[in-house]
Write a protein that binds this ligand. Structure first.
Ligand code: FAD
Ligand code: NAP
Length: 338
């Protein structure tokens, strides 16, 4: 296990923000993690688990120990006539896992193509895209309690998954190190084409009867045209979560803003498209120095190159203020701010 001191995290976060961590170590197995826990380095430092850094904003240097999970491996642990149960190491790359599943024709995560980051972070915010969320295929995960070193298997219920959230973002924030997850994929895929963008793409490309691979390719192509590539322009995807509001609040808002973009949820509440709110406050495409709001997707804050985390945070605060003033809606960051 190699510990590096004063380590630059610039290439390890997709905002490409410079931040130096006092100590940095990569973990290749659970045993290595348990070994690390015994060291003074672990006991005397603040800990940050860093996956692919695609949902993190650094606003300063990190005074502590950054641990990057590099636990690899994709293993079939059970299969039957309908399903494949895959156990995947936290350090696997999510995008590669999706590609692998699509090649094998195992259904369930094709709509989650092209989401950067590592497998271990996927449960943290119950990643979701195009009408599919991780919890629809999730079985269990294993995690190590950072305080006492105990390993625990979390069931679906214990993870308390919600819309872009889980217990690891709320009550157990920063308390567990996820080491692997188990997913249940379908041998006969059931395609989810509920999102108009996806359905429109398939129709416009003359694919009336899509296979899973077509859906995967459609997601890839739509995302390429709409989202900035972090290798060319720093960003962390959607900076804010879409707000969920009650029917009463929605009815009032709809009276004042009849065009408002919304989706009714199963529980009767309404999800507002945060991008619509931000765009309607005039932020889309706006640039302030080295940071700005992406011209094609108002939910995405970008670093044009030399921006720093504080500038991004200030821009986010201005956006939140203007959305609150105009719509009386408090946007909440989806990105983890450090
Ligand atoms: P990191 O950013 O490294 O970490 C995120 C959080 O998880 C941190 O709090 C970290 O401490 C914690 N964490 C990481 N690994 C572990 C672990 N093993 N154990 C415990 N805690 C851990 N998200 C979506 O939901 N849907 C999308 O469609 C989507 N699209 C995106 C598109 C782009 C271009 C970008 C840049 C981001 C997008 N995201 C999306 C956000 C992001 O990719 C996901 O949230 C992803 O799961 C983050 O993975 P990561 O490994 O980069 O996590
Ligand atoms: P889009 O298709 O333009 O839709 C705009 C918003 O409307 C999305 O936020 C989406 O909510 C919602 N929406 C659209 N159709 C819906 C439906 N049929 N039912 C319920 N809600 C619907 O969105 P986009 O920006 O191009 O993104 C496409 C997908 O990729 C979305 O699912 C989005 O979440 C995901 N994505 C996520 C990130 C991230 O960092 N979290 C970054 C890029 C893209 P949801 O966001 O709840 O799906």
């Amino acid at each position: 296990m190699k510990v590096i001191h004063n380590y630059s995290l610039k290439q390890l976060n997709t905002f490409r923000i410079e931040s130096v961590s006092t100590h940095f170590v990569e973990i290749n197995s659970i045993d290595e993690l348990l070994e690390l826990r015994e060291k003074e380095l672990f006991k005397n430092n603040k800990i940050l688990i860093l996956g692919g850094g695609s949902n993190i904003l650094f606003t300063k240097n990190f005074d502590g120990l950054v641990i990057q999970p590099n636990i690899r491996g994709i293993e079939i642990i059970k299969e039957d006539s309908a399903s494949i149960y895959l156990k995947i190491g936290a350090g696997e790359v999510w995008e590669e896992l999706v590609e692998y599943a699509v090649q094998k024709c195992w259904g369930g995560i094709e709509n989650l193509a092209c989401i950067p980051g590592r497998v271990g972070a996927a449960p943290i915010q119950n990643i979701g895209a195009y009408g599919v969320e991780l919890d629809s295929v999730f079985q269990t995960l294993t995690a190590v309690n950072l305080k006492n070193g105990e390993q625990k298997v979390f069931s679906q219920d214990e993870c308390e998954f919600g819309y872009r959230t889980s217990i690891f973002k709320t009550r157990l924030r920063n308390e567990y190190f996820i080491t692997d997850i188990t997913l249940k994929l379908k041998r006969i895929p059931v395609l989810n084409l509920t999102y108009a963008a996806l359905d429109d793409y398939l129709i416009n490309n003359n694919i009336p009867d899509p296979a899973m691979k077509d859906v995967f390719n459609a997601v890839l192509n739509i995302r390429k045209t709409k989202l900035p590539d972090p290798n060319k322009m720093g960003n962390a995807g959607s900076f804010f979560k879409n707000p969920l509001i009650s029917k009463d609040d929605f009815d009032n808002l709809k009276k004042a803003f009849p065009q408002i973009k919304s989706y009714q949820q199963k529980d009767g509440s309404f999800k507002l498209a945060a991008a619509w709110l931000i765009e309607n406050c005039g932020w889309k495409g706006k640039r302030i120095g080295e940071v700005g709001v992406h011209e094609k997707q108002a939910l995405v804050i970008v670093n044009y190159g030399a921006g720093d985390g504080r500038q991004i945070q200030l821009l986010a605060e201005q956006i939140m203020k203007s959305v609150n003033e105009k719509f009386h809606i408090k946007l909440k960051p989806e990105v983890n701010i450090h």
